[in-house]
Design a protein around this ligand. Structure first.
Ligand SMILES: [Zn+2]
Ligand SMILES: [Zn+2]
Length: 246
């Protein structure tokens, strides 16, 4: 295509799709997620640890934590779109803390396409629930917004009925074991019939130790869910990998 036609095509696309030519992570040009951000945060060259979703080297089977038995046990597989760092971390934080849930719309297509390429098709989606007090404070649950995006893109039903009964404090400074203890009894199932015998994607924004996914998966399992696949926007990077970008 000649320069003039390239410009015309770009302009038409911009008129049709609004900001879709602007990278959601860095604000630069060259697509919803530009090649630089794809390489810095989505790391297509790295594998995901099947047990916890962490980004690992292609030759690793699991991450070091999961090899040592310190990973989730209740999920059939966990995967994460990218590394929780730099532009992807800023994006997730702006969605959550600056109340920009609509920004999820910008990544709905690439995130959904990626999810369906990584995980088996399922009966429905379960969002990691948020306690009512936190929901009242924030106004929305980012995991539910993600679940809605997947629902719109892929047509998968959203399965309701899991709730968070305890307002757990911030998990950030805690170890995996402390997080697990903190989350014991934090979730309940209101409508077991809605999920019995089903296979689900369990969706959250970020996973670090896998403790939250594990706690929800445990109660899903106890209520008859057959297959549980954890799906997150972002996860940590294997310890032995030098941080590639932050
Ligand atoms: Zn970018
Ligand atoms: Zn792992």
């Amino acid at each position: 295509m000649t320069g003039v036609w390239q410009e015309a095509a770009k302009l038409t696309q911009a008129l049709l799709y609004g900001d879709e030519l602007t990278c959601v992570f860095c604000g630069g040009e060259h697509g919803v997620i530009c090649p630089t951000c794809t390489s810095n945060y989505l790391h297509p060259e790295l594998k995901r640890c099947r047990k916890c979703g962490k980004l690992i080297l292609a030759e690793q089977r699991h991450c070091l934590d999961c090899e040592a038995g310190r990973g989730p046990q209740q999920l059939d597989q966990v995967t994460a779109w990218g590394h929780y760092a730099g532009g992807l971390r800023k994006f997730i934080q702006s969605v959550k803390f600056q109340a920009h849930p609509r920004r999820i719309g910008a990544i709905a297509r690439p995130f959904s396409d990626w999810a369906i390429s990584q995980l088996p098709a399922v009966d429905g989606i379960v969002a990691v629930p948020m306690h009512a007090s936190r929901l009242a404070e924030r106004g929305f649950n980012q995991a539910e917004v993600l679940a809605s995006a997947l629902h719109w893109e892929l047509g998968l039903p959203i399965l309701q009925g899991v709730e968070r009964t305890c307002p757990t404090s911030s998990q950030v400074p805690l170890s995996r074991q402390e997080r697990l203890n903190n989350l014991k009894g934090a979730f309940a199932i209101r409508q077991p019939k809605a999920i019995q015998g089903r296979s689900v994607w369990l969706v959250d924004d970020v996973t670090t130790t896998g403790a939250t996914l594990e706690a929800v998966a445990e109660i899903l399992r106890a209520n008859g869910v057959q297959a549980i696949y954890g799906l997150c926007l972002a996860a940590g990077l294997e310890k032995k990998l030098v941080p590639l970008c932050d």
